[in-house]
Design a protein around this ligand. Structure first.
Ligand code: FES
Ligand code: FES
Length: 166
């Protein structure tokens, strides 16, 4: 018998309450119950990173978490990282660098990269490569993906420094 649980969580800034089966995965909950289909499912066993979302700001694989484990937590999906009026600066950097081919891995890449950029610290080609090492791009387009992340990191640093100098 499938046991149901009441959960209450924040998804992309909205409070959500639902009754969900105990074994419903978070990725399926986001895609099927909330129609947030930007979270992709590739391997469904924690290898490819296509299903990455932010859980209280940390990048996690939503195919490895039950929806009930997100009770009381804050989830951000690729939709939540995309401004209403267009693309985020990181998304624009991906476009500028042609950092997507089929695009299937792209939402997970962007979510992982955003968590990496927000953590701060030293960002260069090597650390960007390591940050996305858990996200597979089957088209092997890693070079432009890394370039897009590093350039966006430099842009953010320059913007922050210009703000400090004011
Ligand atoms: S679908 Fe979750 S890691 Fe591949
Ligand atoms: S762009 Fe094709 S899998 Fe990443």
């Amino acid at each position: 018998m499938n046991k149901y649980h009441q959960i209450s969580l924040s998804v992309n800034g909205k409070n959500i309450q639902r009754e969900v089966p105990a074994r419903l995965m978070l990725a399926d909950f986001l895609r099927q119950d909330l129609s947030l289909t930007g979270t992709h499912l590739g391997c469904e066993h924690g290898v490819c990173g296509a299903c990455t979302v932010l859980l209280d700001g940390d990048a996690v694989r939503s195919c490895l978490m039950f929806a009930v484990q997100a009770d009381g937590r804050e989830i951000t999906t690729i939709e939540g990282l995309t401004p209403n009026e267009g693309l985020s600066s990181l998304q624009k950097s991906f476009c500028d660098h042609h950092a997507l081919q089929c695009g299937f891995c792209t939402p997970g890449m962007i979510v992982t990269a955003e968590a990496f950029l927000q953590r701060g610290g030293k960002i260069d080609e090597a650390s960007a490569r390591e940050a996305i090492s858990g996200n597979l791009c089957r088209c092997t387009g890693y070079q432009p993906i890394v370039a897009a992340i590093v350039v966006e990191s430099k842009r953010r640093t320059t913007t922050a420094e210009a703000g400090d100098a004011r």
